[in-house]
Design a protein around this ligand. Structure first.
Ligand SMILES: C[S@@+](CC[C@H](N)C(=O)[O-])C[C@H]1O[C@@H](n2cnc3c(N)ncnc32)[C@H](O)[C@@H]1O
Length: 271
């Protein structure tokens, strides 16, 4: 079994994605998605960005490596009567079956960054974008003080070191790496631009319950707890994450959590 696929099928990312819907919709609105635009949402999960893009009238394909998330996405499309939205299984490192120059917009929000072989990922995203089209990536930033970078940083201290040659997903949050990867796919540096953006997680419960949701359903955090449990350190990990979520929470209410997180928004113009 592909370990990348196994990681995301192990949990149920829909439980985390439920806290990301408002920002997903706001981001899609900011991208100027309109009726008829051909959009690929790559590593789409259950469609946090694919669904709002389809609601704006775009022709949307969601591709994800995790079978359970593709099924969840197709259920959402059906429930919402979105005939212009389809989800299918696929790997961002090799978009087999997708023809060159198909999409006006390829979007990948905290998605393709988690695929291995980043140079292949850049090449595939460029290949399936039509000349004049755009690629937009949302990438977490290494060592950023906000939520997700810190979850991954804390978790890594509890898990065994990755296999040799492993390239951290967080390297997609470094501008020089992004430029290098798209350059090797034929995109000049001047066609790649960056802004810092914010994604807000909204959860209907206190921060500690939100940590438990990550512990139960978010593959990378599940693995960190599995490893910590083996070393008798699960309580320590839970405490560190509770403190992090509490510190990042900006909600004034006792019974819900709102956590803004900074990410690198990458825009690539394809000639
Ligand atoms: C953090 S989730 C984000 C999902 C979605 N973009 C969202 O914003 O809700 C990361 C997603 O990347 C997918 N993924 C990881 N590696 C992949 C790959 N090689 N090809 C396609 N999808 C992949 C996972 O299955 C998961 O759905």
């Amino acid at each position: 079994m592909n370990p990348n696929k196994a990681l995301w099928e192990k949990g149920d990312f829909t439980r985390i994605a439920a806290s990301m819907r408002e920002s997903g919709e706001a981001l899609v609105n900011a991208l100027g998605v309109k009726s008829g635009l051909k959009v690929l949402d790559l590593a789409c999960g259950d469609g946090t960005t694919a669904v709002p893009a389809a609601k704006l009238g775009a022709e949307v394909l969601g591709v994800d490596i995790a079978r359970n998330l593709v099924e969840a996405g197709n259920r959402r499309a059906q429930e919402q009567g979105l005939k212009n939205l389809k989800f299918q299984e696929g790997d961002a490192t090799d978009l087999a079956g997708i023809t060159d120059k198909t999409f006006d917009l390829v979007v990948s929000i905290f998605g393709a960054m988690f695929a291995p072989k980043p140079f292949d990922v850049a090449k595939e995203m460029v290949r399936v974008t039509r000349p004049g089209g755009r690629i937009v990536m949302g990438n977490w930033i290494p060592n950023d003080p906000t939520l997700v970078a810190q979850i991954l940083k804390i978790s890594s201290a509890y898990t065994p070191p990755p296999p040799e040659g492993f390239i951290s997903p967080m390297t997609w949050g470094v501008e020089a790496n992004v430029i290098e990867r798209f350059a090797s796919a034929g995109v000049p540096q001047g066609n790649v631009s960056f802004i810092r953006d914010t994604f807000t997680f909204n959860f209907p419960g206190p921060p500690s319950d939100f940590v438990d949701t990550f512990r139960r359903y978010y593959g990378p955090t599940m693995n960190a707890f599995d490893a910590a449990e083996k070393n008798g350190r699960a309580d320590e990990l839970k405490k560190e994450l509770d403190e992090l979520f509490e510190r990042c929470n900006t909600s004034q209410r006792q019974d819900d959590t709102s956590i803004p997180a900074t990410f690198l928004r990458v825009t690539v113009s394809v000639n």
